[in-house]
Design a protein around this ligand. Structure first.
Ligand code: DCP
Ligand code: MG
Length: 601
């Protein structure tokens, strides 16, 4: 119900809509009565005499035609009146639907905006926990359910009670005995509905979960289409999808099977009610009871149908409400997940020590056992190039993730420019840092705009300069449309090394204080990589560089090289010294020499 606040800007529509509904229902309720006038006074043989004792209809007719009215006059008058009322009712109905849509869609739009912003602010850990598929379902399907509910409530909150009460009153005004029909049929109907709803409501949240699963599988396979094809896993993945899909179907069927009971039961009850009305009315007519007529029986049939349908509408509303409650809960889960990584409010001033780790240990949130990193102590000077090397899975990415606070250290302190990263204003901290990820993420946009990602207001000159530093200029200028060339989603239209170089250009363009390369040159050949290193040295002298790499050739020229082993930094020294003191480093060196790697470029 916290979500109700999103309706506020549209409160005017939300209030007007039910009011307009009153007009529509009033029109619907008056029609059967008018029809009974036509039948009783315009068609029945003794109509002209009967109407004289009818009050309002008589007044209308004598006002229009004086005392010599014909039955045709009566039919046309009330027929025209019915037509007019239908038109007015239709107008109210349309306006009601329009305002309800205006309110509910506005509500949905605002909610989606906020939810999106919240999803964007989730930390990596939280996104992992929700899973992408589930977040997508929550943003689309769950919000759609809420929109439907708002619309339903705006239209039905007046409609069904008014039909229920208005229909009952009109019915009783025709003949009090008709009340017996309602007394018998309504409890039966309610009992059926309550039974069905109590069974189906708990299933709705299960439906949502199954939908999550289908979305997850689709998402994984669409984005991983290449791998799926490469390993000829289409069948396997299709099976996985099929099973998620059938689960969804099964649960939906269970809900629908339950719902299917409603219709026949409703039909039976309705038809019995109609027969009962005819029976009661017929007996009264043949007994010559005053005020009972064929027209009244016909009107009675319509009113009893309206009352039963109103109960039906209430059920639909309940169904919608319970669905929406399940969805609302899931959206609230997203809205309530406070960012785990809370921004501080300080900004560090440039310091001699750009980055320092003090007794840092780290384990991934929610995991047990040995920490990924422990007892990390390291100081990186401004302008220094520090390389990080170590076997795969030893924690290199984890280590550098702590600097821009993608994760927080479990123990110890990470400082940037002497200030604890937890005290930084998050945007200020991340503005200092360019992070070129292990897996290049490009967006479906032009080359220039992908590079501009690193610096919003970069001029074309700056972009070209960054591309030059990243050794990307040549190949970009050979693209058919150069910097305006469009890159497919996730950079699918580029080679691995091209992607890496555009990512590097993106990191370089903002001239960051700290530049982190997480294995970002792995797809470049050694000569290009060497050129890149030289360009970086020249153009970004003051930038502190942390460079993760697997190849000795990539790291040997660094000021210092940190060797990570068993979750901690065993040695941290220049190449020559490491060759003397670190056995691991020497092993890596030897293995790469043996494998024919041209260490000396
Ligand atoms: N790990 C984890 N949860 C994550 C990411 C990693 O539990 N979300 C574990 C897997 C590894 C360890 O942490 O055992 C270290 O992972 P890193 O990604 O830090 O490893 P590297 O970057 O050193 O490996 P690579 O060279 O393959 O990139
Ligand atoms: Mg890594």
């Amino acid at each position: 119900m916290k979500l109700a606040k999103y309706l506020k800007p549209y409160i005017l529509f939300a209030i007007v809509s039910p009011l307009l509904m009153i007009g529509e229902v009033a029109a619907d309720l008056s029609l059967p009565k008018l029809m009974s006038y036509i039948v009783d006074f315009g068609i029945a043989d003794n109509g002209p005499q009967e109407i004289a004792s009818s009050g309002l209809p008589y007044k209308i007719i004598t006002m229009l035609f004086g005392n010599d009215y014909t039955q045709m006059n009566i039919i046309i008058t009330f027929g025209a009146l019915m037509l007019l009322i239908v038109l007015v009712g239709g107008f109210f109905g349309t306006m009601c639907a329009y305002t309800a849509a205006k309110a509910s869609q506005g509500f949905g739009h605002d909610l989606r905006c906020d939810a999106y912003r919240r999803v964007m602010s989730l930390s990596i850990e939280q996104t992992d926990k929700f899973t992408t598929g589930s977040l997508v379902t929550r943003m689309t399907n769950d919000i759609a359910m809420l929109i439907e509910l708002v619309e339903m409530i705006l239209r039905m909150c007046v409609r069904s009670p008014m039909f229920l009460i208005g229909g009952t009153v009109m019915l009783l005004s025709l003949n009090l005995k008709f009340g017996v029909v309602l007394l018998c049929s309504l409890p039966l109907l309610l009992a059926t509905l309550i039974l069905v709803l109590s069974k189906s409501i708990p299933l709705f949240s299960v439906v949502q979960k199954k939908l999550d699963k289908v979305n997850s599988v689709v998402q994984e396979n669409v984005s991983g289409a290449r791998v799926v094809k490469a390993y000829v896993r289409e069948d396997y993945e299709t099976k996985r999808f099929m099973s998620a899909n059938s689960e969804l179907k099964d649960i939906n069927l269970r809900v629908l099977r339950l719902m299917a009971i409603i219709h026949p039961v409703l039909n039976i009850i309705q038809n019995f009610a109609i027969i009962a009305i005819i029976l009661i009315g017929g007996i009264d007519i043949s007994n010559g009871i005053a005020g009972m007529s064929v027209g009244n029986v016909m009107a009675g049939i319509t009113y009893v149908t309206q009352v039963i349908m109103s109960i039906m509408m209430v059920t639909m509303m309940f169904q919608s409400i319970s669905r929406a409650i399940a969805s609302g809960k899931r959206i609230n889960e997203v809205m309530d997940s406070a960012p785990v990584i809370e921004s501080g409010d300080k900004v560090g001033q440039p310091d001699n020590i750009a980055v320092s780790f003090e007794n840092v240990s780290f384990r991934y949130p929610g995991t047990q056992g040995r920490p990924v990193l422990h007892d990390i102590n390291l100081q990186i000077k401004r302008g220094e190039t520090l390389a990080v090397i170590g076997s795969t899975g030893c924690g290199k990415t984890s280590l550098v993730n702590l600097v821009p606070r993608f994760y927080d250290a479990t123990e110890g302190t990470v400082r940037v420019d002497g200030l604890d990263v937890k005290e930084y204003k998050l945007s200020a901290l991340r503005d200092k840092i360019s992070f070129v990820m292990q897996k290049s993420e490009l967006f479906s946009d032009t080359v220039a705009n992908n590079i501009r990602w690193g610096k919003e207001d970069a001029t074309l000159e700056e972009i070209k300069e960054a591309a030059e530093t990243a050794q990307a200029r040549d190949f970009i200028e050979h693209l058919p449309e150069g910097y305006d060339n469009f890159i497919a989603e996730k950079g699918a239209s580029l080679s691995g090394g091209q992607k890496q170089r555009i990512s590097i250009a993106r990191g370089v363009v903002r001239k960051p204080e700290i530049l982190i390369f997480d294995d970002a040159t792995s797809a470049l050949d050694l000569a290009t990589e060497a050129k890149l290193r030289r360009a970086l040295n020249e153009k970004m002298k003051d930038t502190t560089v942390i460079m993760i790499a697997q190849r000795i050739a990539s790291v040997r020229e660094a000021d210092r090289i940190a060797v990570i082993e068993d979750g901690t930094i065993k040695h941290c020294a220049p190449h020559d010294e490491l060759m003397r003191i670190s056995e691991t480093y020497r092993d890596i060196y030897d293995s790469q020499m043996k494998n024919g790697g041209d260490i000396n470029e």
